[in-house]
Design a protein around this ligand. Sequence first.
Ligand code: PEP
Length: 250
Amino acid sequence: MRQKIAAGNWKMNLDSQKARELVTELSNTMTPSGVEVILACPALYLDMANTLASKNRKVHIAAQNVHDKDNGAYTGEISHEMLTSIGIKYALVGHSERREYFGEKPSFLRDKVSTLVNNGFTTIFCCGEPLKVRKSKKHKSFVAKQLKDSLFHLKEDQLKSIIVAYEPIWAIGTGVTASPAQAQEMHKFIRSEIRKKYSSQTAKNLSILYGGSVKPANASQLFSKADVDGGLVGGASLNAESFKKIINSF
Ligand code: PEP
């Protein structure tokens, strides 16, 4: 059985006190059996969040960003070595906001993925098409290329530490959600690409999360689809009550 996951992406939100309260509340909450929680916190709060979450082994703290180099003259960046030194072993790579606003190119994402995988991290690799591409019906080939460019250099056994998050850009923070059928269609396609490149077993074991305006009201319908193994949640993960409802939607 592949892992069911409710992941929250706080982005650049919450002050220190609110972050502390949110992670405390979620760490004190029983997670349904078979479900893991990942919280991608701002870098500034990772150490605190990880200490608070350590009492609940089903809650993992993730970095929202990490550089591909081990260390060096990269002002403002954080490295896998720094994260490891405070016990963080989860990270996001390839979020559309990093691609779009910070110009992160597929080759850079590929290097980040390698660095993380080679250093024992679990990596949530984000992919997803903009509205124009969806409208032109080229969304499958667009996502296939994102996988090929930044993920398919990995060896088969390295896929064990990868979680894919399909996040159509037109659904992120817009209140527009992909329908459960649209999410299922793309997740099934992603799984088939993994099968073609690697094997049925690897495809079967890969957790694929849906992201894009997941809310308590739509989570259970999305998560009920065969190839949707959970969600990567932005806005609705900033409030303990709404995120707890999402965690309980499996
Ligand atoms: C995200 O940040 O990855 C995301 C899906 O955001 P939202 O849930 O707010 O659309």
